[in-house]
Design a protein around this ligand. Structure first.
Ligand code: ZN
Ligand code: ZN
Length: 345
Protein backbone atom coordinates (compact mmCIF):
# COMPACT_ATOMS: atom_id res chain seq x y z
CA UNK A 1 0.00 0.00 0.00
CA UNK A 2 1.22 3.47 -0.84
CA UNK A 3 1.87 5.52 2.24
CA UNK A 4 -0.03 8.77 2.50
CA UNK A 5 2.58 11.43 2.83
CA UNK A 6 1.29 14.62 1.27
CA UNK A 7 -1.95 16.54 1.15
CA UNK A 8 -1.81 16.45 -2.65
CA UNK A 9 -1.72 12.68 -2.74
CA UNK A 10 -4.69 12.52 -0.43
CA UNK A 11 -6.64 14.97 -2.55
CA UNK A 12 -6.01 12.99 -5.71
CA UNK A 13 -7.23 9.82 -4.08
CA UNK A 14 -10.58 11.27 -3.10
CA UNK A 15 -13.61 11.93 -5.28
CA UNK A 16 -13.21 15.43 -6.62
CA UNK A 17 -16.70 16.66 -5.83
CA UNK A 18 -15.98 16.22 -2.16
CA UNK A 19 -13.14 18.68 -2.31
CA UNK A 20 -13.92 20.90 -5.28
CA UNK A 21 -15.59 24.29 -5.10
CA UNK A 22 -15.43 27.00 -2.46
CA UNK A 23 -14.94 24.55 0.40
CA UNK A 24 -11.48 23.65 -0.86
CA UNK A 25 -9.86 26.11 1.51
CA UNK A 26 -11.86 24.64 4.39
CA UNK A 27 -9.69 21.60 4.71
CA UNK A 28 -9.24 22.21 8.42
CA UNK A 29 -12.91 22.29 9.26
CA UNK A 30 -15.95 20.48 7.99
CA UNK A 31 -14.68 19.36 4.59
CA UNK A 32 -11.49 18.26 6.21
CA UNK A 33 -13.44 16.24 8.70
CA UNK A 34 -14.58 13.95 5.93
CA UNK A 35 -11.50 14.17 3.76
CA UNK A 36 -8.63 13.56 6.02
CA UNK A 37 -9.86 11.55 8.88
CA UNK A 38 -12.48 9.19 7.61
CA UNK A 39 -11.65 8.96 3.95
CA UNK A 40 -7.96 9.37 3.34
CA UNK A 41 -6.55 6.10 4.58
CA UNK A 42 -9.30 3.96 3.17
CA UNK A 43 -9.53 5.85 -0.11
CA UNK A 44 -5.81 5.37 -0.64
CA UNK A 45 -6.23 1.67 -0.06
CA UNK A 46 -9.21 1.36 -2.31
CA UNK A 47 -7.82 3.44 -5.16
CA UNK A 48 -4.38 1.92 -4.86
CA UNK A 49 -6.35 -1.20 -5.62
CA UNK A 50 -4.54 -4.06 -4.01
CA UNK A 51 -5.35 -6.24 -1.08
CA UNK A 52 -3.80 -4.69 2.03
CA UNK A 53 -1.41 -6.51 4.32
CA UNK A 54 -3.36 -7.50 7.42
CA UNK A 55 -2.38 -5.87 10.67
CA UNK A 56 -1.04 -8.66 12.90
CA UNK A 57 -3.32 -9.64 15.78
CA UNK A 58 -0.41 -9.25 18.16
CA UNK A 59 -0.12 -5.56 17.25
CA UNK A 60 -3.59 -4.71 18.40
CA UNK A 61 -5.08 -5.17 21.83
CA UNK A 62 -8.03 -2.90 21.09
CA UNK A 63 -10.34 -2.22 18.15
CA UNK A 64 -8.79 0.36 15.81
CA UNK A 65 -12.13 2.14 15.55
CA UNK A 66 -13.85 2.16 18.96
CA UNK A 67 -10.74 1.39 21.05
CA UNK A 68 -12.58 -1.24 23.08
CA UNK A 69 -10.19 -3.92 24.33
CA UNK A 70 -10.45 -7.39 22.86
CA UNK A 71 -11.18 -10.35 25.13
CA UNK A 72 -12.00 -14.01 24.64
CA UNK A 73 -15.56 -13.08 23.76
CA UNK A 74 -14.99 -9.62 22.30
CA UNK A 75 -13.18 -10.83 19.22
CA UNK A 76 -10.85 -9.50 16.56
CA UNK A 77 -11.79 -9.24 12.90
CA UNK A 78 -9.90 -7.91 9.90
CA UNK A 79 -11.30 -5.29 7.59
CA UNK A 80 -10.80 -6.61 4.03
CA UNK A 81 -10.61 -3.04 2.78
CA UNK A 82 -7.79 -1.64 4.90
CA UNK A 83 -6.50 -4.69 6.78
CA UNK A 84 -6.99 -3.13 10.22
CA UNK A 85 -8.00 -5.16 13.25
CA UNK A 86 -11.50 -4.12 14.29
CA UNK A 87 -14.38 -5.45 16.35
CA UNK A 88 -17.58 -6.95 14.94
CA UNK A 89 -19.67 -3.90 15.79
CA UNK A 90 -17.30 -1.60 13.89
CA UNK A 91 -17.34 -3.82 10.79
CA UNK A 92 -20.97 -4.72 10.26
CA UNK A 93 -21.08 -3.97 6.54
CA UNK A 94 -20.29 -6.39 3.73
CA UNK A 95 -19.39 -5.13 0.26
CA UNK A 96 -18.03 -6.41 -3.02
CA UNK A 97 -14.48 -5.09 -3.20
CA UNK A 98 -12.74 -3.97 -6.42
CA UNK A 99 -11.58 -6.81 -8.70
CA UNK A 100 -7.93 -6.20 -7.91
CA UNK A 101 -8.58 -7.33 -4.34
CA UNK A 102 -9.09 -10.86 -5.64
CA UNK A 103 -12.04 -11.70 -3.45
CA UNK A 104 -14.26 -12.35 -6.45
CA UNK A 105 -17.92 -11.37 -6.43
CA UNK A 106 -18.59 -12.38 -2.81
CA UNK A 107 -19.25 -9.69 -0.24
CA UNK A 108 -16.49 -9.02 2.26
CA UNK A 109 -16.31 -7.60 5.76
CA UNK A 110 -15.24 -3.94 5.84
CA UNK A 111 -14.84 -1.49 8.69
CA UNK A 112 -17.15 1.49 8.97
CA UNK A 113 -14.50 3.86 7.60
CA UNK A 114 -13.92 1.77 4.50
CA UNK A 115 -17.66 1.33 4.04
CA UNK A 116 -18.35 5.06 4.16
CA UNK A 117 -15.51 5.71 1.72
CA UNK A 118 -16.55 3.02 -0.73
CA UNK A 119 -20.14 4.21 -0.74
CA UNK A 120 -18.99 7.81 -1.25
CA UNK A 121 -16.80 6.78 -4.19
CA UNK A 122 -19.72 4.87 -5.69
CA UNK A 123 -21.95 7.92 -5.24
CA UNK A 124 -19.35 10.09 -6.93
CA UNK A 125 -19.07 7.73 -9.89
CA UNK A 126 -22.86 7.56 -10.09
CA UNK A 127 -23.03 11.37 -10.23
CA UNK A 128 -20.42 11.52 -12.97
CA UNK A 129 -22.21 8.89 -15.02
CA UNK A 130 -25.60 10.50 -14.41
CA UNK A 131 -26.90 7.38 -12.67
CA UNK A 132 -27.46 9.07 -9.31
CA UNK A 133 -29.62 12.12 -8.74
CA UNK A 134 -28.17 14.42 -6.07
CA UNK A 135 -30.52 16.16 -3.64
CA UNK A 136 -32.00 19.42 -4.95
CA UNK A 137 -29.84 21.67 -2.79
CA UNK A 138 -31.18 25.06 -3.97
CA UNK A 139 -34.74 23.95 -3.13
CA UNK A 140 -33.61 22.51 0.21
CA UNK A 141 -31.80 25.73 1.05
CA UNK A 142 -34.91 27.79 0.23
CA UNK A 143 -37.03 25.53 2.43
CA UNK A 144 -34.54 25.77 5.29
CA UNK A 145 -34.45 29.55 5.07
CA UNK A 146 -38.25 29.73 5.07
CA UNK A 147 -38.44 27.55 8.17
CA UNK A 148 -35.68 29.44 9.99
CA UNK A 149 -37.53 32.71 9.45
CA UNK A 150 -40.83 31.21 10.54
CA UNK A 151 -39.50 29.55 13.72
CA UNK A 152 -37.45 32.59 14.71
CA UNK A 153 -40.58 34.72 14.34
CA UNK A 154 -42.83 32.56 16.54
CA UNK A 155 -44.65 34.91 18.93
CA UNK A 156 -43.59 34.73 22.56
CA UNK A 157 -47.16 34.17 23.67
CA UNK A 158 -47.47 30.53 22.58
CA UNK A 159 -44.51 29.28 24.58
CA UNK A 160 -45.28 27.52 27.84
CA UNK A 161 -43.73 28.72 31.08
CA UNK A 162 -40.00 28.26 31.33
CA UNK A 163 -38.76 25.54 33.61
CA UNK A 164 -35.23 25.81 34.88
CA UNK A 165 -33.20 22.62 34.35
CA UNK A 166 -29.97 23.46 36.17
CA UNK A 167 -29.36 26.69 34.33
CA UNK A 168 -31.03 25.71 31.08
CA UNK A 169 -34.42 27.33 30.62
CA UNK A 170 -36.73 25.00 28.77
CA UNK A 171 -40.17 25.73 27.37
CA UNK A 172 -42.48 24.08 24.88
CA UNK A 173 -45.16 25.06 22.44
CA UNK A 174 -47.45 23.26 20.08
CA UNK A 175 -47.18 23.80 16.38
CA UNK A 176 -50.24 23.78 14.18
CA UNK A 177 -50.80 20.52 12.32
CA UNK A 178 -47.95 18.77 14.12
CA UNK A 179 -48.42 15.97 16.67
CA UNK A 180 -45.15 16.81 18.44
CA UNK A 181 -44.24 19.88 20.45
CA UNK A 182 -41.49 22.30 19.69
CA UNK A 183 -38.85 22.60 22.42
CA UNK A 184 -36.89 25.74 23.16
CA UNK A 185 -33.88 25.76 25.47
CA UNK A 186 -31.92 28.82 26.45
CA UNK A 187 -28.71 29.28 28.34
CA UNK A 188 -25.78 31.54 28.84
CA UNK A 189 -22.36 30.26 27.91
CA UNK A 190 -19.43 32.09 29.45
CA UNK A 191 -17.42 32.24 26.25
CA UNK A 192 -17.42 34.40 23.11
CA UNK A 193 -19.39 33.22 20.04
CA UNK A 194 -16.25 32.28 18.13
CA UNK A 195 -15.21 29.79 20.82
CA UNK A 196 -18.72 28.39 21.11
CA UNK A 197 -18.95 27.91 17.34
CA UNK A 198 -15.57 26.24 17.21
CA UNK A 199 -16.75 23.55 19.59
CA UNK A 200 -20.40 23.36 18.59
CA UNK A 201 -19.74 22.92 14.86
CA UNK A 202 -17.36 20.02 15.41
CA UNK A 203 -19.68 17.11 16.12
CA UNK A 204 -16.69 14.85 16.71
CA UNK A 205 -16.18 16.43 20.12
CA UNK A 206 -19.86 16.03 21.11
CA UNK A 207 -19.00 12.64 22.61
CA UNK A 208 -17.21 14.53 25.39
CA UNK A 209 -20.52 15.56 26.88
CA UNK A 210 -23.02 13.39 25.06
CA UNK A 211 -22.07 9.75 24.63
CA UNK A 212 -25.49 8.99 23.10
CA UNK A 213 -24.98 10.74 19.81
CA UNK A 214 -22.56 9.96 17.01
CA UNK A 215 -22.42 11.68 13.67
CA UNK A 216 -20.59 11.96 10.41
CA UNK A 217 -20.48 14.23 7.40
CA UNK A 218 -22.15 12.70 4.36
CA UNK A 219 -21.51 15.37 1.75
CA UNK A 220 -19.94 18.78 1.92
CA UNK A 221 -22.25 21.00 -0.12
CA UNK A 222 -20.33 24.27 0.13
CA UNK A 223 -18.26 26.25 2.62
CA UNK A 224 -21.12 26.70 5.09
CA UNK A 225 -23.46 23.82 4.31
CA UNK A 226 -23.27 20.08 4.51
CA UNK A 227 -25.35 16.96 4.82
CA UNK A 228 -24.77 14.97 7.98
CA UNK A 229 -26.15 11.91 9.63
CA UNK A 230 -26.46 11.39 13.35
CA UNK A 231 -27.41 8.38 15.44
CA UNK A 232 -29.06 8.87 18.82
CA UNK A 233 -29.12 6.09 21.36
CA UNK A 234 -31.88 5.82 23.95
CA UNK A 235 -32.44 3.49 26.82
CA UNK A 236 -35.23 0.97 26.17
CA UNK A 237 -36.38 2.23 22.76
CA UNK A 238 -34.88 1.72 19.28
CA UNK A 239 -32.04 3.89 18.12
CA UNK A 240 -33.08 6.93 16.14
CA UNK A 241 -31.11 8.42 13.30
CA UNK A 242 -31.48 11.45 11.13
CA UNK A 243 -30.05 12.65 7.86
CA UNK A 244 -30.04 16.42 7.66
CA UNK A 245 -28.92 19.39 5.64
CA UNK A 246 -27.27 21.93 7.91
CA UNK A 247 -26.12 25.44 7.24
CA UNK A 248 -24.59 28.36 9.14
CA UNK A 249 -26.39 31.65 8.47
CA UNK A 250 -26.37 35.23 9.70
CA UNK A 251 -28.44 38.36 9.19
CA UNK A 252 -27.18 38.74 5.61
CA UNK A 253 -29.40 35.82 4.59
CA UNK A 254 -31.95 35.42 7.38
CA UNK A 255 -34.56 38.18 7.52
CA UNK A 256 -35.63 37.29 11.05
CA UNK A 257 -32.07 37.80 12.24
CA UNK A 258 -32.03 41.45 11.15
CA UNK A 259 -32.30 42.73 14.70
CA UNK A 260 -29.77 40.21 15.99
CA UNK A 261 -26.03 40.41 15.91
CA UNK A 262 -25.88 36.68 16.12
CA UNK A 263 -25.80 33.78 13.78
CA UNK A 264 -27.72 30.60 13.47
CA UNK A 265 -26.91 26.99 12.72
CA UNK A 266 -30.00 25.34 11.30
CA UNK A 267 -30.84 21.89 10.04
CA UNK A 268 -33.73 20.06 8.37
CA UNK A 269 -34.20 16.44 7.37
CA UNK A 270 -33.28 15.45 3.83
CA UNK A 271 -33.19 12.28 1.79
CA UNK A 272 -29.73 11.50 0.54
CA UNK A 273 -28.57 8.52 -1.54
CA UNK A 274 -25.71 8.02 0.94
CA UNK A 275 -28.11 7.82 3.91
CA UNK A 276 -30.39 4.85 3.50
CA UNK A 277 -32.39 3.84 6.57
CA UNK A 278 -30.51 0.99 8.20
CA UNK A 279 -31.93 -2.10 9.84
CA UNK A 280 -32.91 -1.65 13.48
CA UNK A 281 -32.97 2.11 13.16
CA UNK A 282 -35.91 4.50 13.18
CA UNK A 283 -35.51 7.60 11.02
CA UNK A 284 -36.67 10.72 12.83
CA UNK A 285 -38.13 13.68 11.00
CA UNK A 286 -36.41 16.94 11.84
CA UNK A 287 -38.75 19.80 10.95
CA UNK A 288 -36.15 22.14 12.30
CA UNK A 289 -33.18 22.15 14.59
CA UNK A 290 -32.07 25.67 15.07
CA UNK A 291 -29.40 27.14 17.29
CA UNK A 292 -29.22 30.86 17.70
CA UNK A 293 -26.01 32.31 19.07
CA UNK A 294 -26.05 35.91 20.23
CA UNK A 295 -23.26 37.95 21.82
CA UNK A 296 -23.96 39.45 25.25
CA UNK A 297 -21.93 41.61 27.62
CA UNK A 298 -19.83 43.13 24.82
CA UNK A 299 -19.29 39.77 23.24
CA UNK A 300 -17.52 38.09 26.13
CA UNK A 301 -20.48 35.73 26.67
CA UNK A 302 -22.87 33.99 24.31
CA UNK A 303 -26.58 33.57 24.67
CA UNK A 304 -27.46 30.19 23.21
CA UNK A 305 -31.01 29.38 22.15
CA UNK A 306 -31.92 26.02 20.74
CA UNK A 307 -35.26 25.44 19.01
CA UNK A 308 -35.97 21.86 18.10
CA UNK A 309 -39.08 20.62 16.39
CA UNK A 310 -38.47 17.02 15.56
CA UNK A 311 -40.67 13.97 15.32
CA UNK A 312 -38.80 10.98 16.74
CA UNK A 313 -41.35 8.72 14.97
CA UNK A 314 -42.78 5.50 16.30
CA UNK A 315 -45.08 5.41 19.30
CA UNK A 316 -43.34 6.86 22.30
CA UNK A 317 -44.73 6.89 25.84
CA UNK A 318 -44.65 10.23 27.70
CA UNK A 319 -41.79 9.17 29.99
CA UNK A 320 -39.55 8.74 26.96
CA UNK A 321 -40.46 12.19 25.69
CA UNK A 322 -39.62 13.55 29.16
CA UNK A 323 -36.33 11.70 29.18
CA UNK A 324 -35.64 13.22 25.78
CA UNK A 325 -36.40 16.68 27.16
CA UNK A 326 -34.08 16.34 30.10
CA UNK A 327 -31.42 14.92 27.86
CA UNK A 328 -31.69 18.00 25.66
CA UNK A 329 -30.92 20.27 28.58
CA UNK A 330 -28.19 17.90 29.83
CA UNK A 331 -26.68 18.15 26.38
CA UNK A 332 -26.60 21.94 26.37
CA UNK A 333 -25.28 22.19 29.91
CA UNK A 334 -22.60 19.62 29.13
CA UNK A 335 -21.53 21.55 26.08
CA UNK A 336 -21.37 24.82 28.00
CA UNK A 337 -19.25 23.24 30.74
CA UNK A 338 -16.92 21.74 28.15
CA UNK A 339 -16.46 25.08 26.37
CA UNK A 340 -15.97 27.03 29.60
CA UNK A 341 -13.42 24.50 30.88
CA UNK A 342 -11.58 24.63 27.56
CA UNK A 343 -11.41 28.39 27.77
CA UNK A 344 -9.81 28.23 31.20
CA UNK A 345 -7.25 25.59 30.35
ZN1 ZN B 1 -14.87 -1.47 17.47
ZN1 ZN C 1 -11.24 -0.73 6.81
Amino acid sequence: MVRVCSAEKKKRAIPHRLISGPEQRHTNCVAGEFLWRSAAAAAMTVTAGSRPVWQPNSESSACEKCRRHFTLVFRRHHCRGCGKVVCDKCSEHRVILPESYNYGPSKQRVCDTCYVTLVAIEYQLGLEQGKVVPPDYPAIRTDLLRRVNSYLSLPEIGWGSEGDHNGVKVSMRSIESSPVSCIRSKMLIKAPIKKVMEVYSNMDVWRNWNPYVSSRTVEQVDGTSKVMTAVYEFPVIDKRDSCFFTSIMDSSTVEALEDHKGLTVAAISVDHPLCPVEKGMVRSDMHISLSLLEPVDDGIYTHFTSIVHSDPKGLLPPFVINAFLSRGSDHLRGMAKFIEAKLQS
